[in-house]
Write a protein that binds this ligand. Sequence first.
Ligand SMILES: C[S@@+](CC[C@H](N)C(=O)[O-])C[C@H]1O[C@@H](n2cnc3c(N)ncnc32)[C@H](O)[C@@H]1O
Length: 359
Amino acid sequence: MSEEVFLALCRPGFESDLAAELSDRAVDLGVAGYPRTDRDNGYVLWHSQQGSLMPLLDTGLIFARSLYPCAHAFTELPEADRIGALWPALQQQGPFNELYLEHADTNDGRELARFLRGFRKALEPRLRKGGLLRERAERRLHLFFQDSRNGWLGVSPASLPLPENGVMRLRISPEAPSRPALKLEEAMLRFIGRGRPDGVHTAVDLGAAPGGWTQVAAKLVGSRGTVVASDLLAMDALPDVTFIEGDFREEAVYERIIASLGGRPVDLVMSDMAPNMSGMKDIDQPRIMYLAELALELAQAILRPGACLLVKVFHGEGYEAYMKQLQAGFRSVKSRKPGASRARSREVYLLARGFQRQD
Ligand SMILES: C[S@@+](CC[C@H](N)C(=O)[O-])C[C@H]1O[C@@H](n2cnc3c(N)ncnc32)[C@H](O)[C@@H]1O
């Protein structure tokens, strides 16, 4: 295979998000290539024409549940001897320390689960016997089946953790992705450095419950970073996240957030705070703009120069004035109505980048 092909599995319906994320990350890495996917097929194939996406195995992706380079495409495996047909490629790529048999998370894919259980029973002993499955080997074997005869053989370094489940992992309810988490993923990917997590080590998350954004932020800062989250409502504890419960309009909550940062320079302040909606514009609009004002005030006190503020506001009274304040204090301000936001909602996210301290 002359060009590099990566297979990335995702939750069905998120193929275009994953394709966009791969394209963004490829641009960052200086890789020329293109994604290929079909609607709702649960995966994206990335073809690199120049350069390699290998560094992504280390950093992971938001929308990918699994990502690895494909070494070999298999087509029309004979039903009577699939293993025999795969054997030369297995010998070429092995030995492996683990075997992953995979299918897309679609109805068609799930129908393969039974076939794959049987196939594993046949393949594992053959691999062991042939010396191709050994504990100390340095690569994992991935066999991705589109159907029972066609698919891809991929390998990934055993030293790297398997990608966590991307959007799956971010879901608050097991049934549906959290709408706010998806909105933040989009906002972060498209706004804050095109999915590149470097540069954000300390983040503050206001209006954090139930924790969708907080989980994204925790992922962004990594295990050595700091996330301070706060909300009126309690939320489940998250590893390595300091949570402060209380009304952000109260001075005491503001002070507790500052204190818990211990003087660390902050790279990102996010506010998804929204008041309980009365449905009456004249009441809701000033309330949300007030919360946005307070978020800006905190940001001005704790952001390091060059840092970002991501804040939710509503179009309406006070919006233009708020924009002007952001424009005066930051190098650039972009607004975005995320795709995951309800079409007619007035909600808009503003990302202000390049904080300029005005001492
Ligand atoms: C849209 S939800 C946030 C969702 C969250 N970003 C996520 O990803 O799970 C808005 C949150 O703002 C909080 N909130 C509203 N007014 C607040 C205030 N005055 N102080 C602190 N939190 C507030 C609400 O309790 C609510 O949890």
